[in-house]
Design a binder for this molecule. Structure first.
Ligand SMILES: Nc1ncnc2c1ncn2[C@@H]1O[C@H](COP(=O)(O)OP(=O)(O)OP(=O)(O)O)[C@@H](O)[C@H]1O
Ligand SMILES: O=P(O)(O)OC[C@H]1O[C@H](OP(=O)(O)OP(=O)(O)O)[C@H](O)[C@@H]1O
Ligand SMILES: O=C(O)c1cccnc1
Ligand SMILES: [Mg+2]
Length: 553
């Protein structure tokens, strides 16, 4: 634990593998070369950004900032680590360098960032990292690593939420399929930020206070052979006014009633009795939270009737069952059939709200299957989503980069044949300009010393690289995006790290205020990211200055 200059104590990174060695070898070789040249203390400014939003979309959720701040707040290279680094470098490397590494902390580093959970766009610096060039260089790889997957998976979660709709419960079930333990823990944390309601991941529940939810598996159902395996068949009434001595008999009674009821007669005959035993047993263990996986044998002919028999028996004793989970087959059709069954029971037996029993669906769900279910019509209330969500199956990486934009107060540019890869030089300030209808209109980057845009004042916004693309904007609201999150030992004020719940709320609010055409799944409109006229001129001046002139022969 350490403080970031603000006097607040900041714990280390969640994952203890996040150490100064969690970087690329070349960061240490460059650090040595900087040191050898006497250049290591030169003040550098790097921007961290990405070039394209993922999943064919036009927005991204910025996530991972807290872990970066935790990392640098506690940055210290241990003796063991220095010993290891020394062995990885040529023997000719001078000892003075290792003394230098020994003394490194991040007290000369400052980090400016957009708030975690904000909707962000390509080319805009999500973080600006200032400090001695050798130190900031060492931070490149861990920072990019901590932001890349966090932002990717939070965006994936937000996209799943967008298709599922606000009213649905979204459960993250991905731990078993995630890319290793950190993939699993990170996915649970950042899917929550992106708008999921709960996770099945117990460790994530403990670490981050994310609500835990779950049902049961097919193994639980198929492990039962019959009701005689249930040792204690008694169940106390919910209000404490007595008990049912044989809950199994009560369930059987209800199953018979359903079977011969007017509206359900003929829909099913004999249900699977081992499944009934499993449901009965689960209800005895959790009478207040009874939710059954109904697709082990046959949803309509066995799972749903068995579930209803147990739920009605519970109802006799004052308990309210939660619902069912469907994990195979046509989820649209089966959810509608199950709903019809529940509604018939409500009508036939006069059990209030039985028709509103919750239906959870799972099984290889993703944006496309959720969209297909919506188009077909369905009765699903909650989705359990694993593999496609946590592995970010539709796109493996976000492509976050970390580029030098200034050293010793000299702006720097990285040129490329591919214009989209040319970096935007200078230490910049970023503003989000809002229009009349309260939507964000554009993000504009301006040189650090340019005055901020003013509400009601016309501003020329220019595409950073295409001369003909320009627009005037008269903002109704101006929001400065980069705030100081780590001030090192300077006396600058830094932002406090908000709790996870607040980050999630911010994210949900941010998504709601975006113009709908930026958010749609098919051919969304790109959000405009621009530069001030002054910065535009400077970029192109520097470009011409740095690019050699070709010669044709
Ligand atoms: N109504 C639907 N429309 C579109 N996709 C659906 C619908 N219902 C389910 N799906 C999806 O179709 C796929 C079905 O998976 P699969 O072919 O493995 O069948 P299954 O139902 O799991 O079969 P099994 O009984 O062998 O487990 C899943 O990805 C599921 O999310
Ligand atoms: O389908 P996902 O989106 O990854 O969500 C999680 C899945 O994990 C569980 O079963 P598991 O996949 O382990 O076994 P199954 O495929 O045989 O049901 C669960 O029943 C879900 O189907
Ligand atoms: O609780 C569940 O139903 C669950 C948890 C993880 C994976 N699949 C399902
Ligand atoms: Mg599966």
């Amino acid at each position: 634990m350490d403080s970031n200059g603000s006097g607040r104590v900041i714990p280390g990174p969640t994952n203890p593998m996040v150490t100064p060695l969690l970087t690329d070898h070349y960061q240490f070789t460059m650090a040595y070369a900087y040191w050898k040249a006497g250049k290591h203390q030169e003040r550098a400014v790097f921007d961290l950004y990405f070039r394209r939003s993922p999943f064919g979309g036009e927005y991204t959720i910025f996530a991972g900032l807290e872990e970066c701040v935790r990392f640098i707040s506690n940055y210290k290279i241990s003796e063991d680590e220095i010993h290891f680094i020394k062995n990885t470098l040529p023997a000719s490397c001078e000892d003075g360098f290792f003394d230098y590494l020994r003394g490194i902390d991040c007290c000369d580093v400052e980090v400016y960032a957009i708030a975690e959970g904000t909707v962000v766009f390509p080319k805009v610096p999500l973080m600006r990292i200032e400090g001695p060039v050798a130190v900031v260089q060492l931070l490149e790889t861990p920072f990019v690593n901590l932001i890349n997957f966090a932002s990717l998976v939070a965006t994936n979660a937000a996209r799943h939420r967008f298709v599922a709709g606000k009213s649905k419960t979204l459960l993250e079930f991905g731990l078993r399929r995630a890319q290793g333990p950190d993939g699993g823990i990170s996915a649970s944390k950042y899917c929550y930020i992106g708008g999921f309601d709960a996770t099945s991941n117990v460790a994530a529940g403990r670490l981050f206070g994310i609500p835990l939810r779950g049902t049961h598996s097919h193994a639980f159902v198929s492990s039962y052979m019959g009701v005689n395996e249930i040792a204690d068949k008694s169940l106390r009434k919910k209000d404490g006014s007595g008990a049912c001595e044989d809950f199994v008999v009560l369930v059987q009674k209800w199953l018979n009633k359903i079977k011969w009821s007017n509206s359900l007669c003929g829909i099913f005959s004999d249900t699977n009795q081992s499944e009934l035993a499993a449901f009965t047993s689960y209800a005895l263990a959790f009478p207040d939270n009874f939710l059954a996986l109904v697709d082990t044998y046959d949803v309509v002919r066995s799972g749903v009737p068995n579930f209803c028999a147990v739920a009605l028996a519970l109802s006799d004793l004052g308990y309210k069952a939660v619902g069912i989970r469907l994990d195979s087959g046509d989820l649209a059709y089966l959810s509608c059939e199950s709903r019809k069954f529940f509604c018939s029971i409500e009508k036939e037996f006069g059990v209030p709200d039985f028709g509103e029993m919750s239906i959870t669906a799972s099984n290889d769900l993703n944006e496309e299957t959720l969209d297909a279910l919506n188009k077909q019509g369905h009765e699903v209330d909650a989705y359990g989503i694993g593999t496609y969500l946590v592995t970010c199956y539709a796109q493996a990486a976000l492509g976050v980069v970390f580029k030098l934009v200034e050293i010793n107060k000299q702006p720097r540019i990285k040129l490329s044949e591919d214009v989209s890869k040319v970096s935007i030089p200078c230490k910049k300030r970023i503003y989000r300009l809002y229009g009349k209808e309260t939507y964000p209109l554009v993000d504009i980057m301006r040189g650090e010393n340019e005055p901020p845009p003013k509400v009601g004042e016309r501003i020329l916004c220019r595409h950073p690289f295409q001369e003909s693309k320009r627009a005037y904007v008269v903002p109704q609201q101006v929001e400065e995006l980069l705030k100081c999150y780590f001030a090192g030992s300077s006396d600058k004020k830094s932002e406090t790290l908000p709790p996870l719940k607040d980050i999630r709320e911010r994210c949900i609010k941010q998504l709601e205020q975006m113009r709908p055409d930026h958010m749609r799944r098919l051919n969304p409109t790109p959000y405009k990211v621009c530069v001030s006229a002054k910065l535009y001129d400077f970029i192109h001046f520097l470009w011409l200055n740095e690019a050699p002139v070709g010669e044709l022969r």
